[in-house]
Design a protein around this ligand. Structure first.
Ligand code: GLU
Length: 510
């Protein structure tokens, strides 16, 4: 048996959508699982839609996700070059082969003529308004012209396209590893353009030729290409390559969070989640689109989340490393139904990875953020604070949002909470507590605990009367980690200073 070889074949027409990353991931996992080859091929034959910078963006995205390709632009393997624009001579040869064997033909129709044909068919409501086996004999092409007229036009340098000659009435079967066998009657297919007079092939020809020449064994790609698969099967047949045709697996769509329709950039903008792996700045408009990386996702969490959008392991397990995914992955467990994207679940994955990571590693990232805020605390302090906060956050940057009070006194005191908990006697109670804390020499958990206890006993005040006000004074809000831990980190002087400050600033509720 041939060893497995798959390709991820994006077109550099814009940034890679997370659906595209998922396609790359399934290809990668399948290749790794079978000890095969993962090829990156850049399908850049459509020069009109070319967007500069996207190839680099695609590569950077794959790198960020940890999906190293075995062959591709920059890593020339056996079958390069891997950019289709560098392979154009090859496609021409196969276009000619198809013409010579009677499976393709030259067409000289102007866009106006094609338009007129479509309009006529639309008004007559007879058949599909397309260039196909029903209409081609009424058009300007090498099937309706003499050989000499065709050569005359070609020699005169007239614009032409090469179209596939789809058989009139044939069942074309596509066998798909996800969907089973799908059969289409060729009558429904149009005579797609394969090659243009600018010397460029279209996607269909280039894709089939390259998959064959690159010895691709499995074509794993998005569902939007399923309608093209019968055409591709015919091309393999006409080029004499049907025996070694790759197997197809068309992946389900990623759906909007409400489950209705395809996930789009607009959904992300509207609901506040990225649809791109990395931030992308549109070179034409300058518009910046959010990326998972910049939003604070760990690549492992992003990959893990994507893997489960359309594939399931058949068990309850949700957290998978790339290695575990590689072992567990199979195309048989890819679902036919679209996969609904849940932005909350995406955050949940990041939360899980954040909890799993060594606290020292998170602290290093947090320290970098603190530096941006002009804070330069000692490493041990950052580690301590990170360990107190990490359960409460999904992203590293939220450590600052949740824990800025560790580094600076509260800028505001939560008004709603103050209204409820800052009573007439709170200032006095807290000032007396401050006095009780003052003599403590070693300001640690035990000593703080003891001081609080004896204060409560002596003053006859319950914890409910002390702790919320104290929290408000130290944190500025009614939330946050264990207050005694907070006190230890802040230190005695700062705790007392914050109590006095709060007493001064927070208005008393009578
Ligand atoms: N260039 C196509 C795309 O960007 C590839 C489709 C395929 O994998 O065959 O989606």
């Amino acid at each position: 048996m041939k060893s497995v070889s798959v390709r991820f074949a994006p077109s550099p027409t814009g940034p890679l959508h997370m659906g595209g990353v998922r396609t790359a991931l399934y290809n990668y996992l399948f290749a790794k699982k079978h000890h095969g080859t993962f090829v990156l091929r850049i399908e850049d034959t459509d020069r009109k839609r070319f967007v500069p910078g996207t190839e680099d963006y695609i590569k950077a995205s794959l790198n960020w996700c940890g999906m190293q390709w075995d062959e591709g632009p920059g890593i020339e393997g056996t079958y390069g070059p891997y950019r289709q624009s560098e392979r154009t001579a090859l496609y021409k040869e196969y276009a000619l082969q198809l013409i010579n064997s009677g499976h393709a033909y030259y067409a000289f129709d102007t866009p106006e003529e094609i338009d007129a044909m479509r309009k006529r068919l639309e008004t007559e409501k007879s058949g599909n308004p397309q260039y196909d086996s029903q209409t081609r004999m009424g058009m300007t092409n090498s099937l309706t012209m003499t050989e000499s007229e065709v050569s005359q036009r070609l020699n005169a340098g007239e614009a032409f396209v090469v179209r596939i000659k789809i058989p009139e009435n044939q069942e074309v079967a596509v066998s798909d590893l996800v969907r089973g066998e799908v059969t289409v009657n060729s009558r429904l297919l149009d005579d797609k353009v394969l090659f243009k007079s600018d010397g460029m092939p279209t996607y269909h020809l280039a894709n089939v030729v390259d998959d064959h020449l690159m010895n691709i064994t499995h074509v794993i790609r998005g569902e939007e290409w399923l309608p093209s698969a019968p055409l591709h099967v015919l091309l393999y047949r006409f080029l004499g390559w049907e025996e070694s045709m790759p197997q197809f697996a068309h992946l389900p769509l990623l759906l909007k969070p409400d489950g209705h329709g395809k996930l789009s950039k607009r959904d992300g903008d509207r609901m506040g989640f990225p649809v791109f792996p990395l931030e992308w700045k549109d070179p034409a408009s300058g518009e910046v689109a959010a990326g998972y990386r910049e939003t604070g996702y760990f690549p492992e969490a992003f990959v893990n989340m994507l893997a489960l959008l359309g594939w399931n392991p058949g068990t309850e397990q949700e957290i998978f490393s790339m290695k575990e995914l590689t072992e567990a992955f199979s195309l048989e467990r890819v679902s036919k139904a679209g996969a609904r994207f849940d932005p909350e679940k995406a955050k949940w994955f990041n939360h899980q990875y954040l909890q799993q990571k060594p606290v020292e590693d998170i602290a290093v990232q947090f320290q970098a953020l603190l530096k941006e805020q002009g804070q330069l605390p000692a490493k041990e302090k950052v580690v301590k604070i990170t360990s107190l906060l990490k359960e409460r956050v999904n992203f590293v940057h939220e450590l600052w949002e949740e824990g800025s009070f560790f580094f600076q006194p509260p800028a505001i005191y939560d008004e709603k909470f103050a209204k409820k908990k800052w009573k007439a006697d709170t200032p006095d109670t807290l000032l007396r507590l401050a006095e009780k804390l003052l003599p403590i020499e070693t300001f640690d958990l035990d000593n703080i605990e003891n001081a609080l206890h004896s204060f409560m006993e002596e003053s006859g005040t319950g914890a409910g009367k002390i702790m919320p006000g104290l929290r408000l004074a130290l944190v500025g809000a009614g939330r946050g980690p264990d207050l005694k831990e907070v006190m230890v980190v802040l230190g005695k002087d700062e705790v007392i200073r914050r109590i006095k400050r709060a007493v001064e600033y927070i208005p008393v509720n009578e």
